[in-house]
Design a protein. Structure first.
Ligand SMILES: Nc1ncnc2c1ncn2[C@@H]1O[C@H](COP(=O)(O)OP(=O)(O)OP(=O)(O)O)[C@@H](O)[C@H]1O
Ligand SMILES: N[C@@H](CCO)C(=O)O
Length: 321
């Protein structure tokens, strides 16, 4: 359960007194998630999510995330809407952490999406990219290729305790990725963490996208590569070409992929797997004492990397365009 910061009743009531969302009727820590502390709030005005931003979120980036959610919601995307307090700001402080309240979205995330869900996700991702096109703020992706070796160095000494040979194959992959990372692709606002737990469905329709706290300015196709990794493999590394093909086609039907993006897909997918393997590895080796969190398994992404090393072009990912 991701609750790193305990919030007392008194502190919560004092914080909520600044908002016009009525009296608090219920508050519960949320079991999912690994990054931030999240609480479900039920108040006289309805249901909300309270987030306390933890270690990986830089405070100076919060205005980007908050303004982005407001922008996307105004553009018609189903995403959380930040709630402003009486001073007109959506960012406050609670228990020494930056904190915000956003609207609660209905829907359920899918643990076993099928190919049609993947197609719908692809279309929703392309819709997000289009809705973000006229967003004026920028944020560099601080977890892109330049950040991977420094992350690896934090874990290198212990990597082989997690899996034999992990350090050597990661080092070799990093050499390839650093030498061949695609540049100059169509770019804009990307979500950068659109895993199944961040997408809600009602029936077979996407009903909401959440968790914009890795959003940044980067290649659109890299975002697609992140979701291909997250949605189209089993934990044991089995790849589902039908799901990947459907996701790419769903994306392409809304925002046409350029030939350079299609050509870059295998390297982008390999890099995306490396990014999540590394953050998971560092977290796996550094669980904060007392935190209620279940770290995620880095080896799931080590297994995906084995697939990406063998892929030669986008057809290996089900692209048929
Ligand atoms: N706006 C929302 N509406 C409904 N539920 C939400 C909302 N925001 C968050 N949640 C719930 O809280 C959980 C954790 O939220 P979130 O994914 O933002 O946390 P996180 O710690 O940043 O997680 P992650 O590990 O995915 O980065 C979600 O899986 C979802 O169940
Ligand atoms: N989605 C990430 C966790 C949040 O960064 C992962 O599964 O590793």
């Amino acid at each position: 359960m991701a609750v790193y910061t305990d919030v007392s009743d008194e502190a919560l009531r004092a914080f909520l007194a600044d908002y016009e969302i009525g009296d608090l009727l219920a508050c519960k820590g949320i079991a999912e998630g690994v990054e931030n502390s999240n609480f479900f709030l039920h108040t006289e005005a309805g249901n909300f999510i309270l987030t306390l931003y933890e270690k990986r979120v830089r405070e100076e980036d919060l205005p980007f995330f908050i303004n982005l959610m407001g922008h996307l919601a105004r553009a018609g995307l189903a995403c959380p809407q930040p709630v402003r307090n009486r001073s007109g700001t959506a960012l406050g402080r609670l228990c020494g952490r930056p904190a915000a309240i956003v609207t609660f979205l209905d829907g359920v995330s899918l643990s076993r999406p099928n190919a049609e869900h993947c197609r719908a996700l692809g279309a929703a991702l392309a819709g997000l990219h289009q809705a973000g096109r006229d967003f004026s703020m920028r944020r560099e992706n601080n977890l892109s290729v330049g950040a991977w070796r420094p992350l690896f160095l934090q874990a290198e000494g212990q990597a082989d305790t997690v899996a034999p040979g992990l350090a050597a194959r990661t080092r070799a992959d990093l050499d390839v990725l650093e030498a061949s990372w695609p540049e100059g692709l169509p770019s804009g606002v990307i979500h950068a963490d659109l895993f199944t737990d961040n997408v809600f469905f009602i029936g077979d329709e996407v009903s909401g996208l959440i968790d914009f706290y890795f959003a940044c300015t980067d290649a659109f196709a890299y975002d697609l590569a992140i979701s291909l990794n997250a949605w189209c493999f089993d934990a044991d590394g089995t790849f589902h070409r039908d799901k990947a093909g459907a996701m790419i086609a769903g994306y392409d039907a809304v925002r046409r992929l350029e030939p350079a993006e299609v050509a870059a897909l295998p390297m982008l997918a390999r890099g995306a797997a490396m990014r999540f393997m590394l953050t998971r590895l560092v977290d796996w080796l550094n669980v904060p004492p007392g935190a209620l969190v279940q770290p995620k398994d880095p080896l799931e992404y080590d297994r995906r990397l084995a697939f990406h090393r063998r892929a030669s072009d986008a057809r290996d990912y089900g692209w048929v365009g």
